[in-house]
Design a protein around this ligand. Structure first.
Ligand code: M3L
Ligand code: AKG
Ligand code: FE2
Length: 421
C-alpha cells in the first residue's frame, strides 16, 4: 500500500544529481552494448542467459538477476574478501587501498553459476558471490530504499490504528520493543502507555532503545512555562510546527516527550509528517524540492537569559536526500530558529522563498495535522529528522519531561532486532 508513495521520492529526475546524469548516459548506451558487441559477451553456460559479463578498458560489465552492473577495477580489487584482504572476525578491511595500482586490470576473469573469479597481475585471486554483487553494486543499491516508511496525513495515520505499546512489554520483552521500533521506523512517531509519570521512569524507557543525547538543555529535562531558558518553548504560547535543534550541525535524531502534569486548558501537541509534505512538493514542483535540498541555510540559537549563555549554529539544507536515489532522510524546518540568510545570492533567495512557501503550505494543510493531548503515563517518541511537532497555547500549570536520543543508537537497536533501519 505504501510502496507507491515511496517510489515517487526516488524516481523523479533530479537534474543536478549525479545519479541522473549517470542514468541518462547509461540507458541509451546499454542497447548498443548488447547489439553491437554481442559477440564479446561471455555467458555462464551457452543455454543460460542468467549471467553474462564483458571486460571493458576500465571496468567490468556484468548482467545477473535482471541487473546490469558496472564495476570499476580498483573497486573490484578493494572489496576483495580473501583472508589476506578482509578480516571476517572483525568485519574490517585489512587491505591497504592506497597500495592498489589505480591502473589495475584483472589478467583473467571467469564466472560460474554462482561466483565471479578475478585473477590480478600479481596472481592474487578475488572471488565474489553473484548475489553479493547484486546487493552491493551501485545499480542494485539504487533500486533499494534505505529506510522503508509509510508517509501519512492525519487520516492515513488514524486508519492504520497503530496500537501504543505497553510499558512493561516495551521494557521486558523483545517482541514489545520490536513492535514499538517497527512502528517508529515506519511512521516516525510511536507511543508507550502506562509509564509511571516521573522523570526517572521516562529515562528508563529512553535507555531501553538508545543512548540519551545530552545537550545544552541537559540530559533528561523538565520544562514548564517559567521562562527559565530563553526560548518560546518555556512559555504558554502556541508553537507552530517545527523540528528541534536545527541549529546543531547534526540535529537531534529523536525527541521523547512525557507530560507529567497539566492542570489547565489547551496545550495539545501537533504532529505533521514532514516527508509526506515534502513528497507533495516533489509531485507538484520538483524544481522547488530540488532547491530545498540544495540550498544550505543556517539556523541559530542565541541565548542570554539568567545564567544561560549559548550560541549555536547549524548549517544545512531544509531537505536532505541521498544523492544516489533521491530518498529523503532529514528535514530541518524551524522558522523561529532560522538564521539570517547570507549563504545564497538574491535571485536564488527569491526562488528559495517560493519553494519554502510551497513546503509550508503543504505542512499547514489541516488534513496533514495530527493533534494529540499528551497525558501522564503516555510517552511519545518523535523522529526529529522527519516529523514536525508543535503545540497549542495553554493555561495553567503544565510540566513536560523528556530527552533527546542519539539516532545511530536507536537504529542500532532496531537492526539488532532484525529490522531494516
Ligand atoms: C525540548 N526542550 C524544551 C528541552 C528544548 C526546546 C528547544 C527549543 C528550540 N527552539 C528548538 O526548537 O530546538
Ligand atoms: O510544549 C510542548 O508541547 C513542546 C514544546 C517544544 O516544541 C519543545 O519543547 O521542543
Ligand atoms: Fe520543539
Amino acid at each position: 500500500m505504501w510502496c507507491w508513495r515511496l517510489t515517487g521520492l526516488f524516481n523523479v529526475p533530479c537534474r543536478l544529481s549525479r545519479s541522473t546524469s549517470h542514468r541518462s548516459a547509461w540507458l541509451p548506451g546499454c542497447g548498443k552494448i548488447f547489439s553491437a558487441a554481442a559477440a564479446r559477451w561471455h555467458h555462464t553456460a551457452p543455454e543460460s542467459l542468467k549471467c553474462a559479463w564483458q571486460l571493458h578498458g576500465d571496468h567490468l560489465e556484468l548482467r545477473y538477476a535482471n541487473t546490469l552492473m558496472r564495476f570499476d577495477f580498483v573497486w573490484l580489487r578493494d572489496h576483495c574478501r580473501s583472508a589476506s584482504c578482509y578480516n571476517t572476525k572483525t568485519n574490517q578491511r585489512s587491505l591497504d587501498t592506497a597500495s592498489v595500482d589505480l591502473g589495475i586490470k584483472p589478467k583473467a576473469v571467469r564466472v560460474d553459476e554462482t561466483t565471479l573469479f578475478l585473477t590480478w597481475p600479481d596472481g592474487h585471486v578475488t572471488r565474489y558471490g553473484l548475489e553479493w554483487l547484486v546487493k552491493n553494486s551501485y545499480e542494485g543499491q539504487k533500486q533499494q530504499v534505505m529506510h522503508p516508511r509509510i508517509l501519512w496525513n492525519a487520516e492515513i495515520y488514524r486508519q492504520a490504528q497503530i496500537p501504543s505499546v505497553d510499558c512493561r512489554s516495551f521494557l521486558e520483552t523483545d517482541e514489545g520493543l520490536k513492535e514499538f521500533l517497527q512502528n517508529f521506523l515506519l511512521y516516525g512517531i510511536a507511543f508507550v502507555e502506562n509509564v509511571p509519570p516521573t522523570k526517572e521512569d521516562t529515562e528508563i524507557l529512553a535507555e531501553r532503545i538508545s543512548l540519551i543525547r545530552e545537550t545544552i538543555y541537559g540530559r533528561m529535562w523538565y520544562f514548564t512555562s517559567d521562562f527559565s531558558r530563553g526560548d518560546t518553548a518555556y512559555t504558554k504560547l502556541a508553537l507552530d510546527r517545527h523540528t528541534d535543534t536545527t541549529y546543531f550541525q547534526e540535529p537531534c535524531g529523536i525527541q521523547v516527550f512525557h507530560c507529567l502534569k497539566h492542570e489547565g486548558t489547551g496545550g495539545r501537541t501537533l504532529l505533521v509528517d514532514g516527508f509526506y509534505a515534502a513528497e507533495q512538493v516533489l509531485q507538484k514542483a520538483p524544481d522547488q524540492f530540488e532547491l530545498l535540498s540544495k540550498v544550505p541555510l543556517k539556523h541559530e540559537y542565541v541565548e542570554n537569559v539568567g545564567g544561560c549563555h549559548n550560541h549555536m549554529i547549524g548549517v544545512g539544507p531544509v531537505l536532505n536526500v541521498y544523492p544516489w536515489n533521491n530518498e529523503l532522510y532529514l528535514i530541518r524546518y524551524n522558522n523561529y530558529d532560522r538564521a539570517v540568510i547570507n549563504t545564497v545570492p538574491y535571485d536564488v533567495v527569491h526562488r528559495w522563498y517560493t519553494a519554502h512557501r510551497t513546503l509550508t503550505t503543504e505542512l499547514r494543510r489541516p488534513e496533514n495535522e495530527l493533534w494529540v493531548k499528551l497525558k501522564p503515563g503516555k510517552a511519545l517518541f518523535i523522529d526529529n529528522w522527519r516529523v514536525l511537532h508543535g503545540r497549542e497555547a495553554f493555561t495553567g500549570y503544565r510540566q513536560l519531561c523528556g530527552c533527546y536520543l542519539t539516532r545511530d543508537d536507536v537504529l542500532n537497536t532496531a537492526r539488532l532486532l532484525g529490522l531494516q533501519a
